[in-house]
Design a binder for this molecule. Structure first.
Ligand code: C2E
Ligand code: CA
Ligand code: CA
Ligand code: CA
Length: 283
């Protein structure tokens, strides 16, 4: 039994080392990634369901590692949060996305087209930075993007720590003129209470609810209710993860404002997104 115990320990120990090495390797690489210009943003169109026109885009981070290839956010955002690296990375995302949106809107204005909104994901660490509001104001100022063209996507996990402080912060952000979205809406535990407490503009229905709307009556009922809730509270409502025509038809029939998903387009590099908006691609 002793021997088995030791072997087990050795096995466990070995696995830990392997995992730790991998973490340290990614963390080290992550530290250098910004300077080396290894991050890129992909953009996923947000489509107005009534007109079929692209009205905005969500900026989604990608890491092009020279050896690991394209690393998806799920594999490094957590580590970037833990180490605090998400703060400079997030600042880069915000600057890059706003500058890109401004450039596209200048191009569209010349063609007589309406400006696009850009949605940027904010992490908990960024949310906790004392200079968050000032830094966002500086980015809007520096890029010339009107505040009304920026959506900040927040998850409800950002609100749990200090509610009163979060309320103040959201009011200060709103005072800049930006829109505040609740990402992954419906997946938290207190969705209703924070709708009453926080000055939110947009609900993004989590894709786990959208997945089965065309086949599951319960999921369909939930999505219909979220859309009705948004309407009654005068919030914009966006469905994420729309992959099929059946889902699209359902959402349109029930008055959802916008949709985002593979059915229309995956997140794509900036050049490809630009081709999409130039060609007036519609669904
Ligand atoms: P999210 O904010 O919920 O972003 C939506 C995710 O759903 C994206 O994954 C997108 O590619 C994916 N998606 C879009 N349409 C569909 C669809 O029709 N079907 C399916 N199955 N998936 C779809 P992605 O780009 O891998 O990002 C994952 C998460 O990483 C994001 O979830 C967000 O939480 C985080 N993230 C991405 N970029 C940033 C960033 O710049 N800053 C921060 N803090 N987090 C980010
Ligand atoms: Ca998001
Ligand atoms: Ca989401
Ligand atoms: Ca999600």
């Amino acid at each position: 039994a002793k021997k088995l115990g030791r072997n087990r320990w050795q096995f466990y120990h070995g696995a830990m080392n392997e995992e730790t090495r991998e973490r340290l390797r990614i963390e080290g690489a992550l530290r250098n990634a910004l300077e080396r210009g290894e991050f890129v943003l992909h953009y996923q169109p947000q489509v107005d369901l009534a007109s079929g026109h692209i009205v905005g885009m969500e900026a989604l981070l990608r890491w092009r590692h020279p050896e690991l290839g394209v690393v998806p956010p799920q594999r490094f955002i957590g580590l970037a949060e833990e180490t605090g690296l998400i703060v400079p990375i997030g600042a880069w995302v915000l600057r890059t996305a706003c500058a890109q949106a401004r450039a596209w809107n200048t191009m569209r204005e010349a063609d007589g087209l309406a400006p696009l909104r850009v949605a940027v994901n904010l992490s908990a660490r960024q949310f906790a930075q004392p200079d968050l509001v000032a830094s966002i104001a500086a980015v809007l100022d520096g890029t010339g993007l009107p505040a009304a063209c920026l959506d900040l996507e927040l998850t409800e996990s950002l609100f749990v720590d200090d509610v009163a402080q979060a309320v103040d912060l959201l009011h200060a952000l709103k005072a800049l003129g930006v829109a505040l979205s609740i990402d992954d809406f419906g997946t938290g535990y207190s969705s209703f209470s924070y709708l009453r407490t926080f000055p939110i503009d947009v609900l993004k229905i989590d894709r786990s609810f959208v997945a089965d709307i065309a086949s599951d009556a319960d999921e369909a009922a939930i999505v219909v209710s979220i859309i009705a809730l948004a309407r009654n509270l005068k919030l914009r409502v966006i469905a994420e993860g729309v992959e099929s025509t059946a889902q699209l038809d359902f959402l349109r029939a029930h008055g959802c404002d916008e949709m985002q998903g593979y059915h229309f387009s995956r997140p794509v590099p900036a050049e490809e997104f630009e081709r999409m908006i130039r060609s007036g691609h519609a669904c």
